[in-house]
Design a protein around this ligand. Structure first.
Ligand code: CMC
Length: 419
């Protein structure tokens, strides 16, 4: 296959066919408008490849997800989040020496400029953590000039968890807990979240491991909404911090990262309503009702989401190791069972996605619901950075889609007294 032929108004045009390393096929329509005068219309970009990328591969039919060629199941079982971060951002698994250096670099840059604490004072106590996160990330660009790209990548990777933990402390009115250089990445984050000045926080091993794995599972997902936003904003040459801040904003919405909070709210609503699943399933199927089954469905996965499987297993394991029970887990499992047997969900190939069980796992670990999407952002950061870096290194074009205009054709000006 080397060309695809399009016939438009009786004239044939050939376009090159591009084949990826996993044999996926794309028609290169880069010269579509120049040769035919027409554009491609694809609202929601479900059929549009916006770039070539060597970072993450997904096969939505087979439930395959690989970062730089490594299976997600293997990374989740064997790697640490920092190894995966190195893999995504720099393209290779780090050697022992590289990992030591990388860890040291990330440890050295965890502090926020003291002046940044004043920003937190200005936010209302009710401020949503994702809004605080995007604001604080954007504000980093006022402290660090964007010319030192490599150093700024390290700064952002190191500081995001401090920003995130400070947002939480602000939301509950506790004093900020500063980072500790003797702790690893995940342990330091949990320490800043849960320690109080009079009492250090001993990170339970099971919690540490589960959070590390969750961050790995969230680390990249090719051209999803927030990553595409990062590529879009970054394509204009905007600095790293402002660009990633736009990714945080895109992630916050309930159809994307915000779904992990929405799932818990939905499960709580089912519980408070007496546990009647069928009512909620009926609402999700009713086209006149905007309600959707949160944590269900995915643009790419059409059989199962491999991340959801791993999270479901981990949720059972963590709850049992911590000796806890969560009635919301039973509600979720029942809801999943009913939905998977329902013709509506079967016909549309709607399955639990990674957000369906992740919230229950965060709850089991003692992490507060309002912080779930922030945790998603913490995990997704290496992916955003990897895509921003790849795009710059490829010297990609400014992202500037076109449209099919459906408004008025030219009309005459109407003086104000005649309207
Ligand atoms: N509940 C009920 N119906 C649904 C759902 C759902 N969760 N998801 C899709 N549908 C229906 C939809 O109404 C449509 O039906 P019809 O063909 O009769 O019009 C059909 O399934 C196809 O849906 P779509 O909206 O065209 O699919 P999409 O690929 O544009 O949307 C999605 C994908 C994730 C936005 C959507 O499935 C959804 O809204 N899910 C709930 C929110 C959610 O869990 N989001 C997290 C996504 S995974 C984490 C991440 O990457 O952010």
């Amino acid at each position: 296959m080397s060309a695809a032929t399009l016939v438009l108004n009786g004239t044939s045009y050939d376009f090159p066919v591009i084949v990826g390393s996993e044999k996926e096929v794309g028609i290169d329509i880069g010269r579509l408008r120049a040769t035919t005068g027409a554009i491609a219309l694809d609202p929601g970009y479900g059929n549009t490849g916006s770039c070539k990328s060597a970072i993450t591969y997904i096969d939505g039919e087979k439930g395959i997800l690989r970062y730089r060629g490594y299976r997600i199941e293997e990374l989740a079982a064997k790697a640490s989040f920092l190894e995966v971060t190195h893999l995504l951002v720099y393209g290779t698994l780090p050697t022992a020496g590289e990992l030591r250096r990388f860890t040291r670099q990330l440890t050295e840059h965890t502090l926020l400029h003291e002046d940044m604490k004043k920003f937190y004072e200005g936010f209302p106590p009710s401020a949503r953590p994702m809004s605080v996160l995007s604001t604080m990330v954007a504000s980093l660009s006022t402290y660090y000039p964007d010319t030192q790209v490599d150093l700024n990548i390290i700064r952002l990777l190191a500081k995001l968890k401090t920003i995130a933990a400070f947002s939480y402390k602000k939301s509950i009115g506790q004093p900020f807990v500063y980072p500790r250089n003797d702790l690893g990445f995940v342990a330091d984050f949990l320490h800043m979240m849960f320690a109080v000045p009079s009492e250090p926080y001993d990170v339970p091993d099971v919690v540490h491991k589960a959070l590390d794995m969750l961050l790995i599972l969230h680390a990249d997902h090719e051209q999803n909404c927030s990553t595409s936003t990062v590529r879009m904003v970054g394509s204009s040459g905007t600095d790293l911090f402002s660009t990633v801040s736009s990714g945080v904003c895109a992630l916050a919405g309930p159809l994307h990262g915000g779904a992990n909070v929405a799932v818990i709210r939905m499960l709580e609503a089912i519980r408070d309503d007496g546990g009647d699943h069928s009512k909620f399933i009926a609402k999700a199927k009713d086209k006149s009702d905007p309600f959707r089954l949160m944590g269900f469905g995915h643009r790419v996965y059409k059989n199962f989401d491999p991340r959801a499987r791993l999270i479901k297993e981990a949720t059972d394991r963590v709850l049992s190791l911590l000796g806890r029970e969560d009635p919301l887990l039973d509600i979720a499992k029942r809801l999943e069972r009913i939905a998977l047997e329902d013709e509506y969900f079967i016909a549309r190939r709607l399955y639990p996605n990674l957000d369906f069980y992740s919230g229950i796992l965060y709850r089991a670990m003692g992490l507060p619901t309002d912080m779930f999407t922030v945790l998603f952002a913490l995990g997704r950061l290496p992916g955003w950075i990897a895509h921003w870096k790849e795009m710059r290194e490829m010297h990609g074009r400014l992202h500037r889609p076109r449209q099919i205009y459906t408004g008025h054709t030219e009309r005459a000006w109407i003086p104000i007294d005649q309207r």
